[in-house]
Structure formats: C-alpha cells, structure tokens
Design a protein around this ligand. Structure first.
Ligand SMILES: Nc1ncnc2c1ncn2[C@@H]1O[C@H](COP(=O)(O)OP(=O)(O)OP(=O)(O)O)[C@@H](O)[C@H]1O
Ligand SMILES: [Mg+2]
Length: 364
C-alpha cells in the first residue's frame, strides 16, 4: 500500500502541488511556515476525511477560495491502482470518490489507506486523557478486525440513546437499553483485550531496539472487572441518573503503561517517552501487515530534533524492515538524507507552498 501520486489544490498555502512519491522514504524539507505539515495534513485528510488540526473546514481551504481538492493514486498490496479523491467545499456538497465512484462514508477511505501520524501531539498518547489511548486501540482493531468498526458505531449509537434517556430521567426507558449496550460492550472489551495481548510483544520488541526497558500494559475495560457489564449498568443506574450520562462501559476504558509497576511517565525521560510512543504506533503497522498484508503509511511531522543519531538510525531501520511508505518533514533533514542515501528515497523542498522534487531538479 503506497501513494504513487498526490495532487493538492488550494489547500492552506498549497495552491497546486503534484508529487510523485517514492514507495519508501520521502523527505520533505523547508523553513517554518513553508507548507511541510500541510502536505502531511492533505494525506491524512485523504485517509480520514478530516484534518489532524481541528475539525473546522474553513481554515484548510486557501484564503479567498471556496473549495479544496485532494487526489491520490494508490497502489494496493495486490498491485492494483486505485484513485482516491476528496473535494471539500464551503458552498456545495462535499464529495468523496473511490475509483471514480461517489462514496458516502469516509470510513471507506480509511480502510483503503491506513495512515499513522506522528507529530508533537502524539505525546497525548501517554500524557493526555484516556480517549487518546482508546483511539489508539480502536485504530488497530478497525484495521485488523473486520467487524469492529460496525460494532463500535452501533455501541455508540445505543450509548447516545441511553444517555438521552438518562437526561430525561426515566429509569425504565434507560434500563431498556442496558441489555443491548452490555452485549456489544462486552464484545468490544474482549476484542480490545485480545488486541492488546497481541500487540504488547511487538511494541516491546520495537521499544527494545531503542533502549533496554520493557513495559507493561494494564488494560482497564471501563467497569468493575468482577461483574458483567449488564450488572454494572444496573448497579450504577442511580449514579448515572445523577450524572446524566452512562459512567460505565468500554467508552470509559483506559490503558496504563507501566515499568516496574510505575507509570512510564515517572520513569522515562522525554526522549525515551517519544521512543515509546513511536514504538506503539510502529507496532500497529507491523501487526496490520502481519494480519492483513496491508502496509500502513507513516507521516512523521518534524522527526524529533533532539533524537540522537543512534535513535534516528534505529527509526529508519524499523521503518525499512516494515517496508512502509514514509513521509518525513523537517527543517534540516540532512542527517536522515545521509541515512537513507542507499534506500529508495525522494527528497522534496518546500518554499512558500511551492514544492520542488530535488531528483527532478538534479536531472534538469
Ligand atoms: N487557509 C489558508 N490559506 C493560505 N495559507 C494558509 C492557510 N492556512 C494556513 N496557511 C499558511 O500555510 C502555511 C502552511 O503551514 P505549515 O504548517 O504547513 O508549515 P510548515 O512548513 O509545517 O512549518 P513549521 O516548520 O513551522 O511546522 C503557513 O505559512 C500558514 O500560515
Ligand atoms: Mg510543520
């Protein structure tokens, strides 16, 4: 799975950009504000149908324009070519097209184009709230477990109904959702536990390439481990009525990462925490590849400047082993350029929204 060509129109400061990417390493250099992250944002948008910099459409569309168009030609694991297009407009209905056919759901984009982003916000995976860790688990399950996306959507639909009933205060109406919610919740919790068991050794293998620590996951499924969910919902009814929302279930799950029984944040340095976050995300790509043959695309926005040479080497080696397509941005990527010199690497330079392909430049 890789992007062969990428076209971006009127997206932030990128007026019209056409890139032919390497299926392996793509290094995108440029000064602050040049448009590097916007290229990654465009790829992320093609995969998720939304940005990683907020949910509002307007700031993405170039000033004084009414719409943006993104297009990619992707090569699948079976060497088929598929065209993906997204048009987002402030004045007309937005469109998603896959293989030239209109498609209604952005989830289809995500299925075709698994993308992992690593940027400064990825720190939230360790230091942010539980929602970040649930999203991490759910991303993995969505891609490896065919039925999980539907289960997740249905669970959240029923949860909304139960919460609406709680706000109205009717105990009997609330209870009539319990059985269905509990059945789906138990299934989600089991699938998450299974995923965590599978990914733990892969995460530790990768983390072990960066340092000598091993860590553990403690999975908290979102309700008392000793009782079934239906019972937890019934016991918690009075509290939920008081709160006005459902306070038990897999939507409250969390994952604690520990070393020697202590939270990893209290043991690892900032740099080491970044290796851990990278290990968690890289392991997901590895598991995806092992279980489905699909290859995940990695977007690395500003590879941590403070990483030492050895860790940058390790990062490149792990990505190389996974045969992933990688887009890396940075102000100075000369060291990474040296490291990837013998690999199929393309170097791009961005200046005021204009992207130059340095290989083509050298030929001219
Ligand atoms: N809607 C828009 N229309 C035009 N330009 C925009 C719009 N939104 C943002 N910009 C500008 O587009 C540029 C793109 O910023 P981007 O975040 O991609 O830069 P960058 O190269 O990643 O910089 P840094 O190294 O600081 O992270 C910025 O100069 C920004 O001010
Ligand atoms: Mg940037």
């Amino acid at each position: 799975m890789s992007i062969k060509t990428l076209s971006i129109y009127t997206f932030r400061n990128l007026t019209e950009v056409h890139l032919t990417l390497s299926p392996f390493f793509n290094l995108i250099a440029g000064e602050n504000g040049a448009g590097k992250s916007s290229i990654l944002e465009a790829v992320y948008f093609l995969s998720h149908g939304r940005s990683f910099r907020g949910h509002v459409l307007e700031p993405l569309i170039q000033f004084n324009q009414q719409k943006t168009i993104l297009h990619a030609l992707i090569e699948t694991a079976t060497q088929n070519e598929i065209s993906l297009g997204v048009m987002k407009s402030l004045v007309e209905e937005s469109q998603i097209k896959i293989g030239g056919e209109l498609c209604r759901s952005a989830a289809e984009l995500a299925t075709l184009l698994p993308v992992q982003l690593l940027n400064a916000d990825s720190f939230d995976l360790l230091n942010g709230g539980p929602v970040c860790r649930r999203q991490w688990i759910d991303w993995g399950l969505f891609h490896v477990e065919h039925s999980y996306g539907d289960l997740w959507r249905q669970y959240n639909r029923v949860l909304k109904q139960r919460n609406a009933a709680l706000k109205k205060g009717g105990g009997a109406v609330v209870r009539c959702w319990d059985e269905e919610l509990a059945q789906m919740g138990e299934k989600m919790a089991l699938q998450r536990a299974y995923y965590i068991d599978q990914i733990m050794p892969l995460c530790n293998n990768i983390f072990g390439r960066f340092c000598d620590f091993s860590f553990y996951f403690q999975y908290e499924r979102g309700w008392d481990a000793k009782i079934p969910l239906v019972e937890a919902l019934q016991c918690g009814l009075a509290r939920d009525q008081h709160l006005g929302y459902t306070s038990t279930g897999p939507h409250r799950a969390d994952l604690r990462l520990t070393i020697e029984d202590k939270p990893v944040q209290t043991i690892l340095s900032r740099g080491q925490q970044k290796w851990l976050i990278y290990s968690l995300k890289l392991a997901q790509g590895l598991l995806l590849k092992q279980q489905t043959g699909k290859i995940c695309i990695y977007l690395l926005d500003d590879v941590p400047a403070e990483w030492d040479d050895q860790r940058q080497k390790t990062l490149i080696a792990v990505l190389q082993d996974m045969a992933s397509q990688v887009l890396i941005t940075g102000i100075d990527l000369s060291y990474l350029q040296e490291l990837t010199a013998d690999l199929p690497t393309k170097m791009f330079h961005v200046e005021h929204g204009v992207v130059t392909d340095e290989c083509v430049e050298e030929l001219l």
